[in-house]
Design a protein. Structure first.
Length: 392
């Protein structure tokens, strides 16, 4: 029988994972920075160690100082983290920066269906940015010759950047324009990226063909789930868009639960058993499902066992130094399932460490507040205590 991890061990693990994450060379900004910095803020809350939010605060102050020189990936700036640090510090310069960022984010063109286009020239089959000492470094560099221009695309990752930021800014200011921006962004992304036939999000939608790429990428569904949850948390429960967002959230969570492997993890291509188990997916799923339970949006009798099993799988794949192993490098777009199957893993990656820290925080909340979880969901029953392995 596996030993259950106690709160002290969980906090120690969070500190190790967060310390390791602070060694990451942040690009300020790029696709993984948001979830990484949110993870450091989760570590600060879990461990009560202020250095983690102080580190994030410093990054934001440095960004604001050069804000007029925006990078082409500034649309991936960690808007949720920015507003969380504003809540911690009360520093109005952060709120002012958030307002300016909202203006910048609102300036992109839209597709005919109303979805905001962040990436005009998506490179299909682009190799991941491996360190030179990685064993697959040279083989992937050779594949760079086969990169092709996919044109404008809508990515599932943007579900985590766009609507949650606007919704949080609405929560911070009470201004209705940001609520409308949140809904317009998220509902248009759902329409393009969610496939009702398989109950999952696809990695991206291609404007040239008007089609999805046809691949239910595991981590991509994690990005999508967090986008739904983050947005819902800052919208009035009676909002016109909340019902549809909750409906899609429940459908994706249900499908994810169906696809969970017996050991607790998920394949990197969710519907492809021949693809490897990718461990960041479990971390994303723990965070999303735990928060959905805490809000009473899903039945804990169904999802608490899913979360427990996912946490068991997650902890079994954390190294002694706090690194979540088995996380793929940045996965650029492709219409070929083989591209996802061969993606290399390993390294200190913010989309691995950040979701790990979020998972630890939200799992702790669910585990230590079973009455709150069951009270919020009608017909809920007392949660059982299952056993979880302590990392070694």
């Amino acid at each position: 029988m596996l030993d259950r991890i106690n709160d002290h061990e969980l906090h120690e693990l969070a500190a190790k994972a967060a310390d390791l994450l602070m060694s990451y060379p942040w690009k300020v900004w790029f696709w993984g920075d948001s979830i990484g910095l949110e993870g450091l803020l989760d570590a600060a809350e879990l461990t009560r160690e202020p250095k983690y939010w102080g580190y994030v605060y410093g990054l934001f102050k440095g960004w604001i100082a050069r804000e007029q020189f925006r990078s082409k990936f500034d649309y991936t700036a960690p808007g949720i983290a920015l507003l969380r640090v504003f809540e911690i510090t009360g520093d109005l310069t952060l709120l002012e920066a958030a307002r300016r960022h909202a203006v910048y984010m609102s300036g992109f063109r839209k597709t005919k269906s109303g979805a905001t286009v962040r990436y005009e020239n998506a490179a299909f089959e682009l190799p991941p940015e491996l360190p030179p000492d990685h064993p697959d470094y040279h083989s992937w560099r050779e594949l760079a010759a086969f990169v092709r221009d996919g044109g404008p695309c809508i990515f599932v990752d943007s579900m985590h950047f766009d609507a949650p930021f606007f919704a949080a800014l609405h929560g911070a200011t009470g201004e209705d324009q940001y609520r409308e921006l949140a809904l317009d962004n998220l509902l248009s992304q759902i329409d393009l990226l969610y496939d009702p036939a398989d109950g999952l999000f696809h990695h991206f939608w291609i404007e040239r063909t008007g089609t999805r790429n046809g691949i239910a990428w595991g981590r991509g569904n994690g990005w999508g789930l967090l986008g739904l949850v983050d947005t819902l948390e800052h919208l009035p429960s009676h909002d016109r868009g909340a019902r549809k967002i909750k409906d899609v959230l429940r459908k994706v969570l249900r499908r994810m639960a169906e696809l969970q492997e017996r050991a607790g993890g998920w394949h990197t291509v969710l519907t492809d058993p021949g693809s490897y188990i990718e461990n960041s997916v479990a971390a994303f799923m723990i965070s999303a499902a735990s928060r959905a339970m805490l809000h009473g949006w899903v039945d804990p009798k169904v999802y608490y066992p899913v979360v427990e099993l996912a946490m068991q799988s997650l902890l079994e794949n954390v190294r002694p130094d706090g690194l979540l192993d088995g996380v793929s490098y940045e996965t650029f777009p492709s219409t070929s399932v083989q591209h996802y199957r061969r993606m290399p893993r390993g390294g200190v990656l913010p989309w691995g460490q950040g979701p790990l820290l979020a998972a630890l925080r939200w799992y702790s909340k669910v585990r230590n507040n079973p009455q709150q979880v069951t009270k919020r969901h009608s017909g809920g029953s007392t949660l059982c205590a299952s056993t979880i392995k302590s990392p070694s």
